[in-house]
Design a protein around this ligand. Sequence first.
Ligand SMILES: [Fe+2]
Length: 370
Amino acid sequence: MTIAEERTRISAGPQHGLTADTYRSEDIWQQECRTVLAKNWVLIGFAHQIANPGDASPVTCAGLPLLTLRAQDGSIQVFHNVCLHRCMTLVDKPRNVGKLIRCPYHAWAYDLQGRLRAAPHFAGTGKQEFDGFDLKEHRLEPVRTHVWHDWIFVNLDGSAAEFEDYAAPLVNRLEGMDFGRVEPIGLLDFGEIETNWKLIMENFIEPYHVQFVHAATTDQPLEDHYTITDGNCIGSAVDLKQETGTAGSLGVSSRYLTLYPNFILGRYFPDQLGVYLNVPTGPGRMRQYRALYTTEGQQLSADEIEGLRQLWWDVHKEDHEMVERMFEGRKSPVAAGGGLLSPAWEDSVRAFQDLIERDLASTDQKEQTQ
Ligand SMILES: [Fe+2]
């Protein structure tokens, strides 16, 4: 009996998905920003995009404007992207700020550690400080940050477990990966997608749709897949009996892994990796990027890289149509009960939804005791 058949055998009928409201409601989105996206480690950016000291990039997490910044010593820091003076956003597009982040409004300036260095004329012409206002006592508000290889994570409320513990179920499944040899070879920017970000996550962790949606772009038979549900690491895997490579279509053994809530990593044996940056921006809006990596230090030609970019562009576009239509379908009363989930292939989806429900409920408890 296969794993999928065994899971079906022990299930008591199909489980239901999350209610339609969980995807479409503005109130639940706000609640998600306070819980799911605040208390966990959320991916917000790629370290290689801010490679040099002074490189700064504005990002958003849980609807908040944040700033990722490379300091002089090479470390990466994340701050709230807001000036302490009039609360302007400081940096509005990726750029190198030099040694100081200067607010465009009244030229307040912060160094790359976030310390306030100038507040020109704040106390009168040519004067900055006065009794009760000392530059040294002010700095940009930092956000708890962890950089894991090329991936910048934040935990907004500071309450998550240490990243090493939080991510252990994922890290344990990447055994044999030599991260010292992982090199970025390209970044795809898919722009805005009109869906709820959870549908993108759910789509990634179930292998059921691959044969239908990606018939033209993949050669990975359903029967060779199995799902993975391991704490914060949820996904699926496929071990092929016959490998056909990645030229034109994807026909290699793969791991489709996530780190709850929004980190997605695809490992394609023997030598490729893809990481999705999923940025929820509202109940029905998100942005998505995919970084492509080689894992064995192999040199690819420009044509080979272009071929991979095209393959992944096509695969993602196939998924985007599905997740946008699932979001649209959730306007219907038919969707109120959440639809039906396969015990064989979508227990992973339900496991992700269980974590979402757990976190959403944590707000309710807090609000009830207030
Ligand atoms: Fe897909």
